[in-house]
Design a protein around this ligand. Structure first.
Ligand SMILES: [Fe+2]
Length: 266
């Protein structure tokens, strides 16, 4: 497993480099995904260690992190966008790329299925139902690790504090208000439908509502400590009574979730 795991790291590093280009905007996007891959891989391992998983499972968690966005590179080269709705689902595309890699067959059948399940479900609205607790746990690990790093990537753009630093493809007009129906979803503590997004404020709220979809207390603590939640909340408009109610609900949810202890047998 150790050699195979090293081979995978080397392949992925070279694969990402093969997309380097002179086009500054495209290069910016590729570089962003390369960094994201590194951080998510590290977070997957940290979470596996935190949960007390053995070395085999830790390496699998790292493999899932390493390859979770492998589809992004082909997506960008084919469609020049990271928008799934305007191209194709990047997780499904990633599974196609992985099917073409002979070294994936060196994993046991069970481990390969686990890696594919976690990657295929890393970006879906909900995790596909499964009786397999190992698969479910790995899907939860990658979803948390991914969100934790996406908050890092999106912070300047969500808060509008550093729009200059935000990559071109995520630059939109800042400062628009959250739509009233989105505020009601916030009050109810639900998840918003991405397709209903109308304003930049809605976009911020959708990311803030991810907090309710974080699986482990470990992850939520890191999100809070980094200040992502406070920064997004500080930039929300309008500040009416309903919005304050949504914020209050979110804060008490966070306080409670952060007090819970994570278990490996979730
Ligand atoms: Fe992804």
């Amino acid at each position: 497993m150790k050699n195979l795991w090293k081979e995978m790291h080397t392949w992925m590093a070279n694969y990402m480099k093969s997309f380097y280009t002179e086009d500054a905007e495209v290069q910016n996007g590729i570089h962003l995904k390369e960094l994201h891959t590194g951080y998510v891989t590290a977070h997957c391992r940290e979470l596996a260690v935190h949960l007390g998983l053995g070395e085999h499972e830790r390496r699998l968690a790292e493999i899932v992190g390493l390859f979770h966005d492998v589809g992004r590179f082909r997506q960008y080269s084919l469609y020049r966008t990271f928008n799934d709705a305007q191209s194709e689902d990047h997780a499904d595309l990633g599974l196609k790329v992985l099917s073409e890699l002979p070294f994936m067959k060196e994993l046991s059948e069970e481990d390969e299925a686990l890696v594919r399940f976690a990657i295929g479900n890393h970006n879906k609205r909900v995790i596909a139902p499964t009786e397999d607790r190992r698969k479910l746990r790995m899907a939860k690990i990658i979803r948390d690790a991914d969100k934790l790093d996406i908050y890092r990537v999106l912070r300047p753009y969500l808060t509008g504090t550093d729009m200059e630093g935000a990559p071109n493809f995520i630059k939109v007009q800042a400062g628009q208000e959250v739509s009233p129906d989105f505020i009601e979803i916030f009050v109810a503590g639900g998840q918003a439908d991405y397709h209903q997004i109308r304003t930049h404020g809605d976009r911020k709220l959708v990311r803030l509502l991810w907090v309710y979809d974080i699986n482990f207390s470990w992850t939520l603590q890191r999100i809070v400590e980094a200040g992502y939640v406070d920064d997004i909340i500080a930039s929300l408009e309008p500040r009416n009574e309903r919005m304050e109610l949504g914020i209050e609900r979110l804060r008490s949810y966070i306080a409670e979730k952060c007090r819970t202890e994570d278990r490996m047998d979730i």
